[in-house]
Structures are given as C-alpha cells and as structure tokens.
Write a protein that binds this ligand. Sequence first.
Ligand SMILES: CC(=O)N[C@H]1[C@@H](OP(=O)(O)OP(=O)(O)OC[C@H]2O[C@@H](n3ccc(=O)[nH]c3=O)[C@H](O)[C@@H]2O)O[C@H](CO)[C@@H](O)[C@@H]1O[C@H](C)C(=O)N[C@@H](C)C(=O)N[C@H](CCC(=O)O)C(=O)O
Ligand SMILES: Nc1ncnc2c1ncn2[C@@H]1O[C@H](COP(=O)(O)OP(=O)(O)OP(=O)(O)O)[C@@H](O)[C@H]1O
Ligand SMILES: N[C@H](CCC[C@H](N)C(=O)O)C(=O)O
Ligand SMILES: [Mg+2]
Length: 492
Amino acid sequence: MLLRDLLAPLLPVKVTGEDSIEITGLTADSRKVKPGCLFICLPGFTVDGHQFAAKAVEMGAVAVLAEKDVDVPATIVRVPDTRRAMAMLADRFYGSPTRTLKVIGVTGTNGKTTTTHLIDKILHDQQKQTGLIGTIHRRIGEVTEEMKNTTPDALELQESFRRMLDIGTEYATIEVSSHALEMGRVRGCEIHTAVFTNLTQDHLDYHKTMENYRHAKSLLFAQLGNVYDPKRLKTAVLNADDEASALFATVTPARVITYGIDKPADVRAEEISISTQGTSFVAHTFAGSIRLSLKLMGKFNVYNALAAMAVGLAEGIPLAEIKSSLEQVQGVNGRFEAVNAGQPFAVLVDYSHTPDSLENALTTIREFAKGKVFCVVGCGGDRDKTKRPIMAQIATKYADLAVLTSDNPRSEEPEAIISDMLAGLAETAPERYTSIVDRREAIHHAVSQASEGDVILIAGKGHETYQIIKGEVLSFDDREVAKEAIALWKNE
Ligand SMILES: CC(=O)N[C@H]1[C@@H](OP(=O)(O)OP(=O)(O)OC[C@H]2O[C@@H](n3ccc(=O)[nH]c3=O)[C@H](O)[C@@H]2O)O[C@H](CO)[C@@H](O)[C@@H]1O[C@H](C)C(=O)N[C@@H](C)C(=O)N[C@H](CCC(=O)O)C(=O)O
Ligand SMILES: Nc1ncnc2c1ncn2[C@@H]1O[C@H](COP(=O)(O)OP(=O)(O)OP(=O)(O)O)[C@@H](O)[C@H]1O
Ligand SMILES: N[C@H](CCC[C@H](N)C(=O)O)C(=O)O
Ligand SMILES: [Mg+2]
C-alpha cells in the first residue's frame, strides 16, 4: 500500500519526504524491521521507541512514524500520538478485517479466559470457523501459539484478524484486558459483541484507582457501534449482579442483554446446585428455560456460562444447542484443574491471582471439602502490591493452612513480596500459615501434610509452564510439581 493512502485517515499529520512509496509492513520493534516497512516509534514503559528510529532505517524501514523529532534518512511522518495512530493504521493496512469478521470481546477482572473458551465452544459447535485470542494462546484455524500478552498490540491483533479472515473465519473471540483498553490496542476494531464478566480489585499498579480501572473497562462498551442494521447489530452482554454494569449500559450505544443470578436479568440462573462433579442450574432466558449440568465447578462458573449463553442467544443459536455445547466442556487449562495421580486427597491447580478469584476458589472448595483445606499461594512481582496482604488474609481465612510462597517474582526480591503478604496477617493465628519462598518446596510441603479427604489448592499460576525469577524465565509447572510431590507422599 502507498504511504499516502495508508495515512489518509490521519489528521493532523506532517510528512517530510516522499509519500508515494510502497509500504510492505508495519512494526513498532526495530528488531523485527523488514525492508520496505514503516517503523512506528512508541513511547514505551521501559524505553522510548524513538531512539530506535535510526536502527530501523538501517535495517530497511523506508518511513518512520513519530510523535517527537527524529532525524533519519527516510520519510518522516509526524503525528501527535503514535500509539493512537498505530491502531488506525493497523486497521487500514490489514484491510479492516473486523468489518467482516465478527469480534466478540470479553473484558472483566476474572473469568475472561474461561468465558472466551465457552463462547468459542458454542460457536464452533455450530460448524462455524472460529478463532481465539487470550491469556493461554491465540488460535488461528487449527494453529495455536503462545503469546506474550493476553491482548496483543494493535498491529499483532489486526494481523491475526486478517489471517483469520483469509482462512474463512467467521468469529474471533478475544480477551480484552484493561491494559489493552487503556493503551488503545483494540481501538480501530469493529467489535460485534462486548461481554463484561465482573470488576474487582486488580492492576492498581497501572490504573491507580478503581475508578480509572472501571473507566478503562467502559471503553469497550463505549466503542460498540450504533449501527442498527440487523446484519451488523452490536450487543453488550452485561453482568446484572455487578454494579459497574450500570455505567457500561449508559455509555454503550448497542443493545444490552443482561445475565445474572441475584438481580433480575434477561438470562438468569435459578435452582443452582454445586457439587464436586460440577454445577447444575435452570437458565431462564428470553428464548425459554432449560436445565444445565456443567462439569465446571463453582458459582463463578455459572456466571461464565450465563455470559456465554447470552452471546449464543444473541447469535440466534437455539437454547438446547447452547446447553449441549456447554455441558460438553470438561474444563479450561489451569482453571480449577484437578491433578490426579492416585492420591486419596484432591489437588487443584487454579489461576486465581486476584483477591476475588482466590476467595471464589476457596469458598467453592469449602463447599465440598470433607477434610482440611491447604492453599499454596504467592503474588506476582512488578504488579499491584496492594492485593498482597488481602490475598494472604483470604488464604488464611478459608484454608486450614496457607503456604505463602512465590508466584512470578519478576524483578522483585521474592522475600519482599512474601513480607508484603505477611503484613496482612498481624491478627492471624500463626498456626494457620507458613511461608516457604521456593514454590516447589511449598507445594511439596502442602502435599506432605495432606491426608485422605483433604483438598490442596495451588493458586495463581494455572496453565503457566514457567516461573519468572530475577527476570529469568525458568521451566515450572504446578501440575508437574504436584505430581512429583504426590509420588513422594505415596512412597512414605
Ligand atoms: C506495561 C505494558 O503493558 N507494556 C507493554 C509494552 O511494553 P513497553 O512499553 O515496556 O515496551 P518497551 O520495551 O518500553 O519498548 C518501547 C518501544 O520500543 C521498541 N523497541 C524496544 C527495544 C528495541 O531494541 N527496539 C525497539 O524498537 C518496542 O518494540 C516498543 O515499541 O508493549 C509491549 C508490546 O506490545 C507489551 O508486550 C508490553 O507488555 C508487557 C509484557 C506487560 O507485562 N504487560 C502487562 C502489564 C499487560 O499488558 N497485561 C495484560 C493482561 C492483564 C490481565 O489479563 O489481567 C495483557 O493484556 O497482557
Ligand atoms: N466469573 C468469575 N468470577 C470470579 N472469579 C472467577 C470467574 N471465573 C473464573 N474465576 C476465577 O479466576 C481465575 C482466573 O480465571 P480466568 O483465567 O478465566 O480469568 P481471566 O479474567 O482470564 O484472568 P486474567 O486477567 O489473568 O487473564 C480462575 O482460575 C477462577 O479461580
Ligand atoms: N494477566 C495477569 C497474570 C498474572 C499471573 C500471575 N501468575 C502473576 O504472575 O502475577 C497479570 O498480568 O496480572
Ligand atoms: Mg485471561
């Protein structure tokens, strides 16, 4: 595409140099520059991308998009905000894939990964070609790939959508993190359906206040189009039991479908029963009522299922078919995943790394645990520090023994993170917790203490197969370590 054509949507824009040049690619990373591409200088969180403009041109970039002065032997495009411009250019360069592809964006503090997988299952079972982007992986056609972020930046996102569309994909279900919304990673996307799971404390390191955090989430609903053409109708699916939904309903121009348990809602669960086998409930919807028996455990998964059901109904899928798809779901990788190695107690690996999700996981376990409950838990480094004492309080409130340990300490001292957690336990009886910095040892300790009928929750890392310590990425899988510990337990 000619640079001049690519830049058409941008105003104000100042171009120094030739603009009738062919642009063969877009990148914001000098290490990925290929000859003929446009290099976008982003003001990063760790370094300023403008300092790599010269390197990018050396590598073959023919033009540079900047928001500050740069002096390079290539065409220079000056805009007020490169991140903002990047989202618009990405959409244009990849031929506006989201005008055709139906994007279902799921946002909220907890439940995004689970809900996207449920939605994808419902749509896939309708013989639709589907794609998925989120924390665990990106799937384009049958090819899955691990990604760095839950929601990739605008370039990677639009490129993924283009590739999905080129192989005939009809629906892309994506997790939209609050970071992504704040940084405009999904700006430039036409969203077909936006889903809200819930809003509780997380990411205050980034958003600073819950109000800012809620505002970031609201952007997804505000950006839903006000097109009332039945073929391009937009839908907001909101959790009636979460008070943030009132704001999202106000800001969205789209039609709203609500779901919930406690408050009146368009899709509502009643007669809920929760057991070790899963959850069962009656869903009352505008398309009729039906009983479902899910293999997913916990009341929170009833919410996730209702949200997915609402999306399915908005697409006109018959209720009985939605039921059948949801009932087949065995579970989601690393979410309440049972580790079974022939031991007489339960070991569950779960991705609860926020106060609310940890409380949900532990209260669910309390509903069925016959023996003691153990909780192995840590908090991520370089992330919201205010959740650390709260998570320690929750772990000790519901577990008989909390083993405080490391999650991904990243650049922080592991001991310092644990001491932030311990700060919440001044009033807690010391026999209810212990701290073991090494996660492997912590898991081994919990398993060594377990007896028949007990339940061990290993929280925080779910599907992750690594641990980041002092910036180094080491192989680590809670499930494998738990199996190792169980083998030792059996030999004792
Ligand atoms: C704080 C944050 O979000 N950072 C994101 C940001 O990185 P950054 O701003 O630090 O980048 P940087 O290293 O300063 O570099 C600035 C620019 O210089 C460029 N550069 C850099 C070095 C070089 O040699 N050449 C070069 O061109 C970089 O490509 C970049 O364009 O841009 C990167 C590329 O898009 C992201 O991968 C990175 O996410 C980091 C890994 C991250 O940890 N993000 C978290 C906070 C996040 O976004 N999490 C949410 C999930 C939350 C949830 O699920 O609840 C997510 O969506 O993943
Ligand atoms: N609807 C929900 N409400 C509260 N907690 C939930 C809900 N769904 C899942 N959880 C809990 O949160 C954990 C994370 O779930 P999931 O991975 O689906 O959320 P997520 O929003 O994708 O998280 P992340 O922000 O890390 O991507 C689960 O392991 C479970 O303990
Ligand atoms: N998407 C979450 C992942 C947290 C996972 C947890 N294991 C940690 O490292 O804190 C975040 O960026 O906060
Ligand atoms: Mg996720």
